[in-house]
Structures are given as C-alpha cells and as structure tokens.
Design a protein around this ligand. Structure first.
Ligand code: PNS
Length: 171
C-alpha cells in the first residue's frame, strides 16, 4: 500500500461503473467514499460489447467536471476484470451503492467473486433514499421522451445529455 509523506499508509478505493452517464446517485456515493478514503479512483468500464450514449472519454470528462470539488478523487477507465485493475493499482477495496434489495443479489455475487479471485473487498453503501429509484438507463429513457431529469444528473451532464439527444432524436 503506498504511503503518504508521514509514512501512514494511504487508504484507496475504487468506485467502478459504466457511468453512461454519471447520475446524482453515483455522485453521492463518490462524495461519501471520498470522505472515508484518502484517494478514490472512479473507474469507468470500457465495454467493447456495448456502445453507450456517451463514449468513455466523454464519461471521463463528465465525471472529472462533476467531481472537481473533490481533490482526492481521480477518474480513470479500465477494461477486463475489476480485480486485475485493482491488483495493478494496488487498490484493496471497491465501493458500491446499494439502491434496494433488488441490487443485492447480483452485487453480492460480484463481491464474493472479486474476493475469491483477488481478495478485493467490497464496501456497500446504502444509496441516499432521494436517489434510490435512479439509474443511468432510466435517466436516458425519461430524457429521450422529454421528461425532466435536470435534478437527477449533474448540471454539465444535463446539458450534454440534452444536446446528445437532440442530435439523435428521430420523432
Ligand atoms: O454501472 P454498472 O454497469 O452497474 O457497473 C458494473 C461494473 C462495471 C461494476 C461491473 O460490471 C464490473 O466490475 N465489470 C468489470 C468486469 C468484471 O470484473 N467482471 C466480473 C465481476 S465479478
């Protein structure tokens, strides 16, 4: 584990996800993780089998803007297994938000797999109830049909989402 100048080990965690786009629910988890860990790496998954509304580079830009007030948060991307990324960067913990019991089954499987593969721990954070219904997919769907998502995503994301959907709209 890397040390800070005083020799104390720096506690690091990764917040992994697709972030297509980042929502206020994601941001809430990132902010709370940044209050616990010395450094939080937001890891954007590069998924070659799934093209998103935003490219990985665009998502990174949106995340960097939305977390600019958090000096201990860095944004990165990764392909392949999360545990391999954690091993390469010496990150022992993944922080995940749990919105509801329905999230738990799959998250538990992934947490157990990641621990079994490389002893990467998972810290589950209860999502702020304000955002427990929120997902990137739902934001995109509602925005596509003209619903107001301005309170559900960071301001910069809202602007880019509106622009992108206007370009792709086929009424
Ligand atoms: O925002 P998402 O799409 O729900 O995030 C899912 C993510 C990226 C956290 C998960 O799919 C993941 O960790 N993918 C990396 C590939 C991997 O490690 N798969 C095995 C998981 S046990």
């Amino acid at each position: 584990m890397p040390a800070d100048p005083s020799g104390r080990p720096r506690r690091r965690a990764v917040c992994p996800g697709s972030f297509d786009p980042v929502t206020c629910g994601h941001l809430d988890i990132i902010e709370r993780a940044s209050a616990i860990y010395d450094e939080v790496v937001v890891g954007v998954l590069i998924n070659k089998n799934k093209s998103g509304l935003f490219t990985v580079a665009e998502r990174i830009e949106q995340l960097a803007e939305a977390t600019a007030h958090l000096p201990n948060v860095v944004i990165d991307s990764f392909g392949g297994l999360l545990v391999d990324y954690c091993r390469r960067h010496d990150i022992p913990v993944a922080v995940k938000g749990l919105r509801a019991v329905s999230d738990f089954d799959y998250e538990l499987q992934m947490a157990q797999m990641n621990h079994g593969l490389a002893e990467v721990e998972t810290l589950f954070m209860a999502t702020n109830p304000l955002y427990s219904f929120l997902s990137s997919s739902l934001v995109k769907e509602v925005a596509t049909y003209g619903g107001d998502v301005s309170k559900l995503v960071p301001a910069g994301v809202y602007r880019r989402l509106t622009e992108r959907l206007a370009q792709t709209r086929v009424d």
